[in-house]
Design a binder for this molecule. Sequence first.
Ligand code: NAD
Length: 361
Amino acid sequence: MSHVVTLIPGDGTGPEITEATCRVLDATGVQFDWQVCHAGVETLGKFGTVLPDEVIESIKRTKVALKGPITTPVGKGFRSANVTLRKKLDLYANLRPAKTYQGLRSRYEHIDLIIVRENTEDLYVGVEFQRGTPELEEMVETIARTTGTRLSTDAAISIKFISVMASRRIVKFAFDYARARGRRKVTAIHKSNIMKCSDGLFLATAQEVAKEYPDIQFEDRIVDNMCMQLVQRPELYDVLVLPNLYGDIISDLSAGLIGGLGVAPGANIGSQYAVFEPVHGSAPKYAGQNKVNPMAMMFSGVLMLRYLGEKDAANRLEKAIAQVIAEGKCVTYDLKPRPDDPTAVKTSQVADAVIEKLHKA
Ligand code: NAD
């Protein structure tokens, strides 16, 4: 059976890493029917949008997408295509595994963390009040009337919005993931000692949900303490579940623990659709140079294979990439001891090396 998958090469270095990733996915022997859809700076020039409607329509048909990074043009009026995609398809869970592989240049060994980040609310709902506007003044008046605290109007306000519904479904997602993968513990991250209402609600909801999963340990940590703990003793943690902003920050911290953005995969998952993509952006300064590391996208492909039920192919591909990393020969500049190492190979040569390992297995 062939899997019909929407393929979004994206822009910048996206098309190069997408080509390398499709080659290794096809080499697993799993049949794919790639439905290619363009999004990014190229479609902005042609159609006036970085995210044409046909991309959303295609994912609604296929249910699954593999996506390269998309540049967010700097300037007013541009909403990130990535944020829009997550919103339109209600991809509420951002899953970011952080795992060390032998041969990666990291200060740590044996890290195997799963970051589950809420993807739809928190400070990212985009409700903001700009300094000097009547709306800001009205907001300041409302706050003074309802809370007794008068804020200065020489300010801007961003709303932090956390609901029971979204907290509940993301914590359930984390526990279901933990149970399905034989994980031992879920840690909820918050700052409810200060934000008693919003983060307090997230924590209380997490504690409620945890009671439904007596087979999995549950604990919570305050976010600042969690940052220190992750740097000192990351091996103590397993599955982390976080509201949107803390999730964004901690997942990049975790990418740093395992050797950088070149190997950090991600998935955006909702109840109906899933989009798999590397954590990193379009790295436009390297576009067209066949230079950047395709492994973050390849590992995203591994997550996609698991999601599609292709467990054996996922394990084989993960192992093949891990072997290439461990040998340290056919890897891009970012995995070499120095970025100007003359033995660094090209993006496409990484795919050749992974395919060779797959064929030998
Ligand atoms: P970036 O991740 O594109 O690049 C930052 C630096 O990280 C690069 O200059 C490079 O040194 C390194 N890097 C990134 N990917 C790499 C790889 N695969 N191999 C080796 N090194 C790699 O971050 P940025 O420069 O902040 O963002 C560039 C654009 O990408 C922006 O427009 C941003 O909005 C967008 N972006 C898109 C996504 C997405 O599509 N999901 C995610 C993040 C950023």
